[in-house]
Design a protein around this ligand. Structure first.
Ligand code: SAM
Length: 277
């Protein structure tokens, strides 16, 4: 019998959010892969897990750890993966070790638990039946502009992660691409003492972040776009200008406006021709 790879979710702020099954599973492993041995060492000591070796498998070293993990699994030992907070593999290391273990024919399972994206989504009040997770947006450049343009056109609820230093800029960029009325929830410090979920539209969110210096890590949840089949020529031209101002090229701007307004392709192309380059 070979060993099993375990993905173990850990608290995103409240240390009581580590269930007994997570503690028992961690205690039964031969090795716990983590991002930071000091950080996870404290969590394990707090939970009473003793004598299990910790090894670093962060975004840079996860692949280097693979051979050792596969050897232990082949020898019949269980191995756990934890990260600094939440569910491994969600904007965190873990997925590469899962792929390697699956490819080598080992069993992989998880002890599920906190994931900021799920908590932010369900607290937002927006449609939860269909949603997309964007993780962290690219910080600059064309990739960022294209991702924001695609969020502007997205009909499903969109969930993102953001740090306190960049949240203002991201909300302002979303405002420029999606317009003032689109709904947004800003969920921060989830499960912590100062947990807060602010809900409103993008214009008010930008103002809210100006009134109060952003603190703590954020989950941003943007309401899905509603189609506007009866858009006027002025509205289409305005949407094209706004998309171009966000930094995307003309093709992306046209595609975004077709998706958000539901207007015919030919009509949007013709209106784009009248906007100076
Ligand atoms: N694996 C984690 C998970 O399952 O949620 C996410 C790790 S990612 C490196 C860290 C980001 O998750 C933060 O920048 C923030 O956007 C979000 N996050 C983590 N904990 C949070 C909390 N308590 N409140 C709000 N957002 C949080």
């Amino acid at each position: 019998m070979t060993g099993q790879l375990w993905l173990i979710s850990t608290p995103i702020g409240n240390m009581d959010d580590l269930p007994p099954r997570a503690v028992n599973t961690l205690q039964a492993c031969a090795l716990i892969c983590c991002e930071d041995t000091r950080h996870s060492g404290k969590l394990l000591a707090n939970a009473g897990v003793r004598g299990v070796r910790l090894a670093v498998a962060n975004e840079h070293t996860e692949s280097d750890r693979t051979a050792e993990v596969l050897e232990l699994l082949a020898a019949g030992s269980d191995v756990a993966v934890v990260t600094d907070a939440g569910t491994p593999g969600i904007s965190d290391p873990g997925a590469r070790l899962v792929r390697a273990a699956v490819a080598a024919g080992h069993r992989v399972s998880a002890v599920p638990g906190p994931a900021a994206l799920v908590m932010g989504l369900v607290l937002s009040g927006f449609d939860t039946t269909r949603f997309v997770f964007e993780g962290f947006l690219p910080r600059t450049g064309r990739d960022r502009a294209e991702r924001i343009a695609s969020i502007a056109a997205e009909r499903r609820t969109v969930v993102m992660y953001e740090s306190p230093h960049r949240v203002r800029r991201t909300v302002n960029d979303l405002l420029a691409a999606c317009g003032t009325d689109r709904g947004i929830a800003l969920a921060r410090e989830l499960t912590k003492l100062h947990e807060e979920t602010w809900r409103g539209n993008l214009a008010d969110a930008a103002q809210h972040l100006l009134d109060q210096a952003p603190r703590g890590e954020f989950v941003l949840v943007v309401e899905g776009a509603s189609p506007q089949p009866l858009a006027t020529d002025e509205a289409i031209s305005g949407a094209l200008r706004m998309a171009l101002a966000s930094g995307v090229d003309r093709r992306t701007a046209i595609a975004t406006v077709i998706a958000t307004t539901g207007a015919a392709k030919r009509r949007v192309y013709d209106l784009a021709l009248s906007i100076p380059r």
